[in-house]
Design a protein around this ligand. Sequence first.
Ligand SMILES: [Zn+2]
Length: 177
Amino acid sequence: MADDQNLPNAGLFVNDNLVNVYNSRLKQLISDMGRDIVLTLQPLQVDCPNCGWDFTQGRSNNQYTSNASGDNFNKSFPTGTRCPVCQGVGKLIFQRTYDYKALVGFSPPPEEFNYTEYGITPDQVVRTKTTIETFRNMELAQYAKIQGVEYEKITQPRKTGLRDDLFVLVYWKRRHS
Ligand SMILES: [Zn+2]
């Protein structure tokens, strides 16, 4: 196995120490220099816990049936009147937003992003780089507000990093220019 000595050694130039320095510096950079972004996920829709469902009408059956605990979701009301929790809709909708720090790159170079494929121009596109903890919500997000401007997700999040995948790249397109 003497030939092993002639094999290129990937660890020779990128050793563990360098990887650790890179990862911790980049995390620090995101935290210190990152801009605020707000992710908007698809709203969560659940059955109203305070009333029954009218399958014919596709809405509340106007009958108090609550087993929910907590005053906000348990309000008795006379049968036949509008449920005060869901206003008769029969469903509750929860908006979901998350605040993160991200390194934001405006108009990424064409070597990095295939503008032709998406039929858009560089001035409409931004790239965000965040820490790996954001990955799941980046997958679920539809929109992001970056410096007060609304963007729509155009690529699924990609894990990235030096040796270990500790960061997340996503590309966004500005909504209605
Ligand atoms: Zn209800």
